[in-house]
Design a binder for this molecule. Structure first.
Ligand code: T46
Length: 140
């Protein structure tokens, strides 16, 4: 499944293995379409907690739920969609200027994120009104 829209892009990952177990390898500029600069993972999030609530000015990321599930709200200022991540062999690419919120975390959730840039707090847009204004300016 690899569909493209302006909010996100599904990425199917090839799993090697059989009934005894599976392995997924992630490689810069091979099955990951950018230079991997950072990998982080999120776990132990309480089911009622909403993470994210921000967009980025310049960051491409691949999100994969390697364990459990969570939902992701994606919003580009014009359209919104909620998707569920629940398979360790598929993920979503998210580009910059997409507001994201992650919620409904299962208790066993581990959300792995592969990023094309280092952590930079200045890259975050944490105020929704600022985000909408940036989207409007980018479209003019
Ligand atoms: C995103 C979603 C999917 C670091 O020190 N280094 C890092 O690489 C990151 C990502 C975070 N941090 C610190 C900053 C905060 O003190 O870890 C703390 C939690 O970060 P934050 O509240 O931004 O986490 P989330 O889950 O709301 O958002 C994260 C990413 O920050 C964000 O880029 O797109 O996951």
């Amino acid at each position: 499944m690899e569909t493209e829209n302006s909010l996100f892009h599904w990425k199917k990952l090839e799993a090697k293995g059989d009934d005894n177990g599976s392995l997924v390898a992630l490689e810069s500029n091979l099955n990951i379409d950018f230079d991997i600069k950072r990998i982080y993972y999120i776990y132990g999030t309480k089911s009622k907690f909403i993470r994210g609530k921000h967009a980025h000015k310049n960051l491409r990321q691949l999100l994969i739920c390697v364990s459990g599930s969570c939902k992701v709200l994606l919003d580009n200022g014009n359209e919104k969609e909620v998707i569920e991540l629940s398979k360790p062999n598929e993920g979503i690419y998210i580009n910059d200027l997409v507001w994201r919120e992650m919620f409904d975390f299962s208790s066993d959730n581990v959300l792995l994120v592969i990023a094309n840039n280092f952590y930079d707090e200045d890259d975050y847009i944490r105020d929704y009104e600022d985000f909408i204004n940036l989207v409007k300016n980018a479209n003019n």
